[in-house]
Design a protein around this ligand. Sequence first.
Ligand code: FMN
Length: 368
Amino acid sequence: MQQQSLFETTHVGAIELKNRIVMAPMTRSRSAQPGNTPTALMAEYYQQRASAGLIITEATQISPQGQGYSWTPGIHSAEQIAGWRQVTDAVHQANGKILSQLWHVGRMSHESFHPDGKPVAPSALSPDAQVWVVNSHGVGEMVACPVPRELTHSDIQQVIADYRQAAINAMAAGFDGVEVHGGNGYLIDQFLRRTSNKRQDEYGGSLANRVRFAQEVLEAISDAIGAERTGIRLAPFITQRGMDDPQACEAILALAAWCETKGIAFIHLAEADWDDAPQVPYEFRETLRATFSGTIIVAGNYTREKAEKLLAAGVVDLVAFGRPFVANPDFPRRLKENLPMAGISNPATLFGGTEVGYTDYPFLATEV
Ligand SMILES: Cc1cc2nc3c(=O)[nH]c(=O)nc-3n(C[C@H](O)[C@H](O)[C@H](O)COP(=O)(O)O)c2cc1C
């Protein structure tokens, strides 16, 4: 097999990339209030990081119902589309490519985001988890997720329609495509797993039924914007948030086989979410590669060495980095030239706030 490299050009579906380094999606909670609207500061932040071959935005709610955390941006209003246009223009001016990460949190939400006080989910089961919510004094805190309301059949059709419209909005905002957030215990993941999905209709029970919702979302989106601009993020080995289902891998491989038949552009594995970072068995990588011939992206505690090894073995095509991009806007250059990496100086600036800890991390000087 030909040796591949992080710094070679490639493509994902219809999108040409200048290297194989992806900036992983990272929530930074800096949208303008009220309205959850992307800002000029967000455009600057993403533009600074446009030396990545591909940027995937922070998770972005497809509807008011899809929100679970304070100050996350949406892509369901005209103001939000206009806000995102600033971001995509800034990234494209810097010769970058950018996808919108489409998000519905399902039960990972809080009363305060819902007129009836109830988040929605496949089944009325609490995730035993917390979300970040800004209180009436303007202070962000982690709060428990309540027991959600079970989605009706017609609610599910509405959510699928919301995903489709959000993808259309993303293209109107100038994105190169979309990534559906199907991991980390959010709505799509909640349908995939038996721990969170106890439904008795065609969206629950058997493996085929549990993957149906993800398939219908991807189908609706790819019909609207093209499969070659549509991908999905999945987290087969993550167990937190009440998601520990030993059959999760089977569901994900079944979905991957379906993605193959539909020409979905990519599958993105979230291998670590904070400390929930189990080892991915190599056998799983080989099975996924044998199942899916589109682009495979991986993320989670990657080093250059680990990335190059898996690229060379042909089991992955692109490698995403999250935390390194927070403090190193010029991360690809530092990686390539083996230059010093900065660390996150103050974790309190990760979620919410100003330019501090956001756009004020410096680039390295040209000569170092
Ligand atoms: C501050 C922060 C916010 C994150 N927000 C998201 C998100 O919005 N969507 C998502 O899919 N993953 C999110 N993640 C997970 C990252 O995309 C990535 O998978 C994780 O950080 C592991 O990669 P790393 O070890 O290179 O940081 C977030 C991670 C961090 C650190």
